[in-house]
Each structure stands twice: as C-alpha cells, then as structure tokens.
Write a protein that binds this ligand. Structure first.
Ligand SMILES: Nc1nc2c(ncn2[C@@H]2O[C@H](COP(=O)(O)OP(=O)(O)O)[C@@H](O)[C@H]2O)c(=O)[nH]1
Ligand SMILES: [Mg+2]
Length: 157
C-alpha cells in the first residue's frame, strides 16, 4: 500500500454522533468537542496516524448555521471555501431521521463536488433492521453518495 494522506470532514446536525465516531476512531477520549463558536477556518478535530496513512478530521463550518444563515450567500461562500481542502465528507445521520436540517446539509454538500459517504449511525437502536435496505434505496436516489454505511459509533461497529 502506498502512503496516504487526506482531509476528511464530518458533517451532520448536532447529536447524530460525530464526536462518538471520532472517539471510536481514536479509541480513546480526546478533546474533540468544543463549545467555542465556529470560526470561518477549518477546525482540526483530530489527526489519525497509522503506519502508512494519515487522516486529518475537520469539522464543517457554515454547513450547520441553520436555515436562515445558510441562505446567506456570503456564508455559503465561506463554507465552500473551507471545503476546498477536503478530500472526503462523512455525512452522519441518526438512523432514518431525514429532516429539514439533513436536506439543508445535503444542499450544501451538493455544491462542493466532493465525494460524500453517508453514514447511518445508531443502528444499534433500530428496532426493525429490515427497514434499512429500503431506506438505503430511497436515500441513494437523493444524491450520488460514494457509499452508504450503516454503523454504530457507540458500539464501534
Ligand atoms: N445508541 C447509540 N447512541 C449513540 C451512537 N452514537 C452516538 N450516540 C449518542 O448520541 C448522543 C450524541 O452523540 P455525539 O457524538 O455527542 O453527537 P455530535 O453532536 O454529532 O457530536 C450521545 O449521547 C451519544 O452517546 C450510536 O451509535 N448508538
Ligand atoms: Mg460533537
């Protein structure tokens, strides 16, 4: 395997499990949650270094500002600028919850022209796992996701 290096950005509204996923990647608690207001610069959430690869995890300023501010062209510009150095976006959702916020995030992601992996988190809490396939089929019609991956960040699965 060649040496690999890349920037991965984590997208998804509050509480979908972004921090939990990062903790799973890093296998231990690190200071990755910040209460500070988002700046216009990419914020490094953590750097995962393995023998032949290094991934820098970034959060995604501008995408989660809420509907009204997201409509603001200047903020959109700033947000897309921050995405320029991103190689891959992980877009997390909470099971089958697909609401206005998810639509708005997807709208922003569509403009970026970056590969997006849709991560369906919290599947440990799915009562009926047979619905997963139908959901994946529906959601894959919304956007050409690089892949759609059901996970449980909490259970590290
Ligand atoms: N059951 C379950 N709970 C999860 C999972 N991932 C995250 N959570 C919980 O969801 C809540 C929000 O998670 P957090 O990582 O802080 O979300 P963030 O706001 O996107 O960073 C916490 O109570 C987590 O323990 C999961 O895979 N399964
Ligand atoms: Mg968090």
């Amino acid at each position: 395997m060649e040496n690999k290096f890349g920037f991965v950005s984590l997208s998804g509204r509050t509480n979908v499990g972004k921090s939990t996923l990062l903790n799973a990647f890093f296998q231990k608690k690190i200071a990755i949650t910040s209460r500070k207001p988002q700046t216009t610069r990419n914020r490094i959430l953590g750097i995962l270094t393995e023998e032949k690869s290094q991934i820098v995890f970034l959060d995604t300023p501008g995408v989660h500002l809420g509907y009204k501010r997201q409509l603001n062209k200047v903020m959109n510009k700033i947000a897309s600028h921050c995405y320029e150095e991103v190689d891959l976006v992980l877009f997390l959702i909470d099971r089958f919850k697909w609401q206005k916020e998810e639509e708005n995030i997807l709208k922003s992601l569509k403009n970026l022209n970056k590969p997006v992996v849709l991560v369906i988190n919290k599947i440990d809490r799915l009562r009926d796992k047979t619905k997963l396939l139908a959901f994946i089929k529906d959601i894959s019609e919304k956007f050409n996701f690089l892949s759609i991956v059901p996970i449980s960040a909490l259970k590290k699965r």
